[in-house]
Design a protein around this ligand. Structure first.
Ligand code: INI
Length: 171
């Protein structure tokens, strides 16, 4: 059997992207945002098709992503932040809730919401994931955004963009 395989092209042309970025650990988070913009530019995103929304911390990413998704102005929302374990006893709570919230926005709206949050045990790990030894998580999240919007376009998912409660059973 030769099943039909669907996969998204890596072209950003014609799509609109929101980047929602936390200000925490800004010296690293700003590198992730730069990586995301670099990926979108290199994949052909149109001038003025990318907007950045800054929030205080990663915990605020999901509600802001929800508002961006609900606006109907974006094909995908890329959430970016850096959470470092050494800096807070609330690490597990902040990291867990941030990731859960981001996932929920995608399920609730049908708009792809990408997780570009670095969660690291220490500063060195975080630095390595912001473009030093272990890639740039912002770049990777933006690449994934472009792939997934193209995949959903082939699946006819485009008409769901910006509409709320595509999956009404998910609160
Ligand atoms: N937010 C982060 O994005 N990264 C962190 O490492 C972090 N630490 O360490 O606490 C952090 N906390 C702030 C949190 O995201 C909220 O902004 C805050 O609790 C207000 O709601």
């Amino acid at each position: 059997m030769q099943p039909k395989v669907h996969q998204g092209l890596l072209t950003a042309h014609g799509f609109r992207f929101a980047i929602v970025a936390s200000r925490w650990n800004d010296f690293l988070t700003s590198k992730l945002v730069e990586g995301a913009i670099d990926a979108l530019e290199r994949l052909g995103a149109d001038e003025k098709s990318v907007e950045v929304f800054k929030v205080p911390g990663s915990f605020e990413l999901s509600l802001t992503a929800l508002k961006a998704a609900q606006s109907g102005r974006f094909d995908a929302v890329i959430c970016i932040g850096t959470i470092i374990r050494g800096e807070t006893p609330h690490f597990d709570f902040v990291a867990g809730e941030s990731a859960k919230g981001v996932a929920q926005v995608g399920m609730q709206t049908g708009v792809p919401v990408l997780l570009g949050i670095v969660t690291a045990d220490n500063l060195e790990q975080a630095i390595n994931r912001a473009g030093v030894k272990a890639g740039n998580k912002g770049f990777e999240a933006a690449m994934s955004a472009v792939e997934i919007v193209n995949l959903y376009k082939t699946m006819g998912g485009g008409e769901n963009v910006g509409k709320e409660k595509v999956f009404p059973h998910v609160v």
